[in-house]
Design a protein around this ligand. Structure first.
Ligand code: SAH
Ligand code: MG
Length: 211
């Protein structure tokens, strides 16, 4: 064993054929779903928090939403995805798992969505896991839908290590995205309206409690 990560991964086993299928699909089609350690830790945090209503930005094929629904039987999840093919795949998996009554997926660009019946009641938790260069915009648009005392979680705060690369050495194509993500990180960590911390698990999970 070379790292705690490898050690922890050595205990993981597959228990559900549909989840297994989703993981294989994601790996074959390069869909960036949360890794096992990240999602397991995130689910544990949610189990401590016990949110009843969760809003997710970036469903992809529905992996995180389904994993959460599996482990939080009381929770309802509203999730937004703009990519038509991933949306379709997510719907298929939600039906296979019979979660149609608990996971409501909206096919839309979250930054353009104006109104939706599923957004009319406040949320206990918001999970931002869509375009990494837009986190501040997602946050500003959707944090008002979260109750006081509710929690905003964000995935990929480390951008697979890219946040460690010196600005000048960043590849041009994702320089703006990384800059935006770092600016968002600084902004939220210093924001007095939230109690925020960064958890170095998975690809970095941000936890911001709304005061
Ligand atoms: N939460 C998923 C992974 C999401 S990957 C999981 O862990 O299982 C990020 C997804 O966000 C991609 O599928 C991408 O199409 C979507 N996305 C990016 N920007 C978006 C936007 N503005 N509105 C809606 N979806 C967006
Ligand atoms: Mg992610």
């Amino acid at each position: 064993m070379e790292s705690y990560r490898q050690y922890m991964e050595s205990f993981q086993s597959v228990s559900d054929p549909i989840i297994d299928d989703m993981e294989n699909y994601a790996s074959e089609h390069h869909v960036p779903i949360m890794d096992r350690l990240g999602i397991d830790t995130f689910i544990s945090l949610l189990r401590i928090q016990q949110p009843k209503r969760i809003l997710e930005i970036g469903s992809a094929i529905g992996y995180s939403a389904i994993r959460i629904a599996d482990r939080l039987p009381e929770a309802t999840i509203v999730t937004i995805e703009r990519d038509a093919e991933r949306y379709k795949k997510a719907v298929e998996y939600i039906i296979q798992k019979e979660f149609q009554e608990r996971i409501f997926i909206i096919e839309a660009d979250a930054l353009e969505l104006t109104s939706n019946e599923h957004l009319e009641v406040e949320f206990d938790a918001l999970f931002i896991d869509a375009a990494k260069g837009q986190y501040k915009r997602f946050f500003e648009k959707y944090a008002p839908f979260v109750k006081t005392g509710g929690i905003i979680y964000c995935d990929n705060m480390f951008m697979h290590g890219a946040v460690l690369i010196e600005d000048a050495k960043l590849p041009k194509r994702n320089r703006t995205m990384i800059r935006n993500l770092k600016e968002f990180t600084k902004w939220i960590l210093l924001n007095p309206e939230y109690e925020t911390s960064l958890l170095p698990v998975g690809d970095g999970i941000l936890i911001a409690v709304k005061k």
